[in-house]
Design a protein around this ligand. Structure first.
Ligand SMILES: [Zn+2]
Length: 161
């Protein structure tokens, strides 16, 4: 079972491409029967309305993890984001959040939606947050804006070129 790396909003107004390394990270943390939820932040490049995700940060010992919840320790993940930003002269930036769910085809909880919206509202660049959940057989991707507007992404063959 492989996750799909190409996603698009309806009408292909916006493409999201997940690099193979990112999919590898997701596969590594797919939740088995006893695994804890995992998560981190998504880093990548903005290309007009399109996004290229090149890194998913992985859990640190300071994150609070359980079977059904994941609370990120901001310091660890944002230190990585800041380093990538500096190393790339501002090309690679914070794009959004990911975490796992112990379900085949995941859907966000009300807590997820509330957190995503708060994170989107706190973004300085005003862009919507890319929110991603890793299930056991599929991914869930959506954009969440600070006003609470949600845009779902679907699997699709896309190209950024
Ligand atoms: Zn969740």
């Amino acid at each position: 079972m492989r996750f799909v790396g190409s996603w698009a909003t309806q009408g292909s107004l916006s493409f999201v491409h997940l690099e193979p390394e990112v999919l590898e990270t997701f596969h590594e943390f797919v939740q088995g029967v006893r695994d804890l939820e995992a998560g981190g932040i998504l880093l990548g490049c903005v290309r007009g309305p399109h996004l290229q995700i090149i890194e998913a940060t992985t859990p640190s010992p300071r994150d609070r993890r359980s079977r059904f919840s994941f609370e990120r320790d901001d310091f660890h993940h944002h230190a990585i984001a800041m380093r990538r930003w500096q190393e790339s002269d501002g090309i690679i930036r914070y794009i959004g959040e990911w975490h796992t769910h112990p379900e085949d085809y995941p859907s966000p909880s009300s807590i997820d939606l509330r957190e995503w919206r708060a994170l989107a509202a706190s973004r300085i660049d005003g862009r919507p947050l890319l929110a991603l959940i890793v299930g056991r057989k599929g991914l869930h991707l959506e954009f969440m804006s600070g006003s609470g507007k949600r845009v779902r992404l679907c699997e699709g063959s896309t190209s950024l070129e």
